[in-house]
Design a protein around this ligand. Structure first.
Ligand code: ZN
Ligand code: ZN
Length: 365
């Protein structure tokens, strides 16, 4: 950790690994999750393996990535393999690594079995659970990339909203958002854009289809941009023309749940507690059974990452974490409402990063 040979991007990132894992316990760690590898080394390729110990890092890649890995990860040794399993076995032998920790959750059973056969007597131990929130706390550069992704998304939807009305199909709206985000510099979609109207909006992860917006339709738009690998994630719920009374009532409930949860976000609070704030409000108003997902999640190199804000989450918020707050109510066969913002956790509260207003918005019919 003091030797910056392995501190490919910044020493503190490697230190975060060894805050969670006793360096004495393993001779080497094997990373397979490309987002963790990017985080720890700067390498943005789509395939490779990172072998790590506190004073040394090696990126094992195939021939396609030799030049890129050497450029992006100057502090790592770059090792070319013809076959991934043989490459791993050879590197472990070279490092004399017999006690090896590995990211089991990023590996298929098939690849695991093949590696195990090849490494002889080396002992492979899963690191699952121990790398929780590794990328949770963002540094200034990460936060500025997230802000830029949000800027692109904000500009995109804000410019499109005045044109949306009855007659657009879900697919057309999604396509328009995707094209405009790309034109403004988004590297890819943060995740497949969701545009769900009428009863389709009752499905939290509906895919945009050919349904055409009609007067009175509630619409959910959930979308995000990517800048330098960092993602945005935001949901707006809109109505074409005049909404029904029940929708208006439920919208106010979701908005209040969202506002209360955001007001509760600060360092030291658990994901479960934040979820509880939103969930209790929705339950008290009688919509408990219709809030069918967690209240939020971390966002960074991945659109869904630690920490989680859900009834099952023991993860504790810390300054620099970026999380979504996104309560919803979904009435099957009728409509759905979700209001989602991204916030930056601080010592005594949070900063709302997303900027599109979340008051109920009526669009032309
Ligand atoms: Zn979302
Ligand atoms: Zn989300």
């Amino acid at each position: 950790m003091t030797d910056d040979k392995a501190t490919a991007v910044g020493g503190n990132r490697i230190e975060r690994v060894y805050e969670r894992i006793d360096p004495e316990e393993f001779d080497a760690l094997l990373f397979f999750d490309m987002r963790n590898i990017r985080y720890l080394t700067g390498f943005t390729g789509s395939d490779g393996v990172l072998l790590l110990r506190p004073d040394r890092g090696a990126l094992l890649v195939d021939g396609r990535y030799i030049t890129q890995a050497a450029e992006q990860s100057p502090h790592c040794e770059v090792v070319r393999y013809a076959d991934k399993v043989s490459g791993i076995a050879a590197a472990l032998t070279e490092w004399e690594a017999r006690r090896v920790g590995f990211e089991a959750s990023a590996l298929t059973v098939e690849l695991y079995e093949r590696i195990r056969e090849r490494v002889g007597t080396a002992r492979l131990t899963s690191l699952d659970g121990r790398l929780s929130c590794l990328r949770g706390r963002k540094d200034a550069e990460e936060i500025s990339s997230i802000r830029r992704a949000i800027d692109i998304a904000t500009e995109t939807l804000t410019a499109l909203l005045p044109f949306l009305n009855a007659g657009w199909s879900e697919r057309e709206i999604a396509l328009e958002l995707d094209c405009r985000m790309r034109a403004l510099g988004s590297e890819e979609n943060s995740f497949p854009t969701i545009v769900a109207s009428g009863p389709n909006a009752a499905l939290p992860h509906a895919r945009p289809g050919n349904r055409v917006l009609a007067a009175g339709d509630p619409v959910i738009i959930d979308f995000g941009a990517v800048y330098r690998g960092y993602r945005s994630d935001e949901t707006c719920s809109l109505v074409v023309g005049r909404p029904d009374g029940e929708y208006l009532k439920a919208y106010a409930v979701v908005k209040e749940a969202h506002d209360r949860a955001i007001a509760a976000v600060r360092a030291g609070v658990s994901g479960r507690e934040i979820d509880g704030v939103a969930r209790r409000h929705i339950e008290e108003r009688g919509y408990g059974p219709y809030f069918t997902h967690g209240t939020g999640h971390g966002v960074g190199l991945d659109v869904h990452e630690d920490p989680r804000l859900s009834p099952l989450s023991d993860q504790i918020l810390a300054p620099g974490m970026v999380v979504t707050v996104e309560p919803g109510i979904y009435l099957p066969g009728r409509w759905g409402i979700r209001i989602e913002d991204m916030v930056l956790v601080g010592e005594d509260g949070c900063e709302v990063l997303t900027r599109i207003p979340k008051e109920l918005r009526i669009i032309g019919s």
